[in-house]
Design a protein around this ligand. Structure first.
Ligand SMILES: [Zn+2]
Length: 181
């Protein structure tokens, strides 16, 4: 396993449309392992393959919620790891009710914006054995899944914001990049 570099906006590579995975192979599984390591190290709760420079339709998500049940009294709860992999994910249905979340992105460091998305989605995908899976997602999982799905079509969370807010974020990103150069 290895930590891979995360591409940061406004790098035009993030606008690439990712291609479906043709057959889940050992190299797919190796990439997924690297994606998890990269996501946990960042740290983040979701990552699309395109963010580490691989234009394939693969997402990893782990909300890493605190495990309050496992916590001893008076102690900080340990983080519950629930790694989820979605290969060739598709949204089959989305709810009319909308949920708003202050989203961030590993490719858009330290900048956030409130994005409205369907509160629940029914999705299908391939797992690491290449088997087809289906589930209904809600809450932060639904938000995160839709955010990561967007990456596969070259869409970033700030594309959903008003032009004013979007321009402000892009300006800050360009400034930060100049400082780093
Ligand atoms: Zn993102």
């Amino acid at each position: 396993m290895a930590i891979r570099g995360i591409i940061e906006a406004p790098d035009p590579y993030l606008r690439t449309i990712s291609k479906p995975v043709e057959g889940v192979s050992d190299s797919t599984r190796a990439l997924v392992a690297d994606m998890f390591e990269t996501m946990y190290a960042a740290p983040g709760i979701g990552l699309a393959a395109i963010q580490v420079g691989v234009p394939e339709r693969i997402l990893v998500i782990d909300l890493q919620r605190p495990d309050t049940e496992a916590a001893a009294e008076g102690e900080e709860p340990p983080v519950l790891r629930e790694p989820r992999v979605f290969i060739n994910p598709e949204i089959l249905w989305e709810s009319d009710d909308v949920s708003s979340y202050n989203e961030g992105c590993l490719s858009v460091p330290e900048l956030y914006g409130d994005v409205d998305r369907p509160a629940r989605v029914r999705v299908k995908w391939l797992d690491l054995d290449g088997a087809s899976q289906e589930a209904e997602l809600d809450g932060l999982m639904a938000t995160c899944f839709q955010h990561e799905m967007d990456h596969l079509d070259g869409v970033l969370f700030y594309d959903h914001l008003s032009k004013l807010k979007r321009d402000m974020i892009v300006k800050k990103l360009v400034k930060a990049q100049k400082r780093a150069a």
